[in-house]
Design a protein around this ligand. Sequence first.
Ligand code: ZN
Length: 314
Amino acid sequence: MTIGFGSLASCVTTNRTLPTAPAHAITQQGVKPARIDAHGHTVRGLTPDKAISLMDKAGISHMVLMARGRNDALTTKIYKQDPQRILPFVSTMYPGWHRQDWRVLSRTERKLSTGIFKGVGEVMLRYYGIPSKNEPVINVPADSSFIKKLSDIAVNYNVVMTVHMEPEAEAIRSLENLLDYNKKLKLVWAHCGTVARVGLKTIGHADIGAIMDRHPNLYTDIAGVQPRSVVPSGGLRRPPITDSDGNLFPRFKKLLERHSDRVLFGLDTPWMECWAEKPFKRWTEWADKVVSQVEDTGAAERIMHKNAKRLFNI
Ligand SMILES: [Zn+2]
C-alpha cells in the first residue's frame, strides 16, 4: 500500500544518502518519513503551503489538525491541499464548548457526516488557562451528559477524541467514568499525564500508565512535553518528560515501555511560533531520540506511526 506516501516523492531519498536514519524512517523502498503527528493545531495565519512544506522538511507523513478557535474552514482548506496526509479534527477549542452549549454537538454531527474528519478535539476538559495569553480557566467534567453525548457521536462516526485534562483527582475519576461508560470510545488523553507547571507542587503528574492498565481504550501522546531547551523560541511547553539532553525521566520511560502500543507521536503546535522549521525539525529529532530509548525494538515504529495508523484507519 502506498497510501499516504505517494505525495512525498520530494523528500524521498535512497539508503545511500541517509544511512543513519532511525528505524521507523526506513522502508523497503528506501528512506521515507514514517512519522504521524497525532497532535497538530491549525492556527490563524497558517497556509496550506506552509503546513505541507514544514511536514516535508521534518519528515512527517501525516498530521492531525485541530483548529484553535472556530476555524474548521482553515483546517478543511489545508486538508484539501493534501487529503492523503492531513487528518482533520472538528475543533472543540472555542467558548461554546467550554460552557457546554449543546448546539455545538449538533454542529459536530453535521461536520462528521461529511466524512472528512478523523476526530474531535482538542477537547478542553480541565485547563488552567494562560493569563498572559488571556485564556479562560476551563472545567468540563468528562462524565457530564454533554461529554458523554460527544463520546457517543465520536463512536457513531468511528472517530478519535483527543482531550486535554490537568490530572486533578476529580478530573481523573470523571475520565474513568467516561471510559467505563463508553468502552468503544477511542480516547487520547494528551501529554502523558503531565500537569501544567502551576500544578507541579500541588497535584503532580498522574500515573497515566496505571489508568491505561484499567482502560484499554485510553491512549496518550508525547506532544507538548519537549524541554524548552530543545528550541526556546518554539512556544509554550508543559513540564518535559526528558532532561534537556533528551534522556527520558524513569517514570516516562516506564510508561512508554509498558504502553508502546498506545502512545502516539505529536508536536503540539497551538501558537504561530511553533510553525517554523526549527521547532519542527528539533522536536522531531527529540522524538526520534525519545523512542530510541525504549527497550523493545518495535516500540519506536509503534509510537512514531504504527499506533496512529491503526487508530485512524490509515
Ligand atoms: Zn494541543
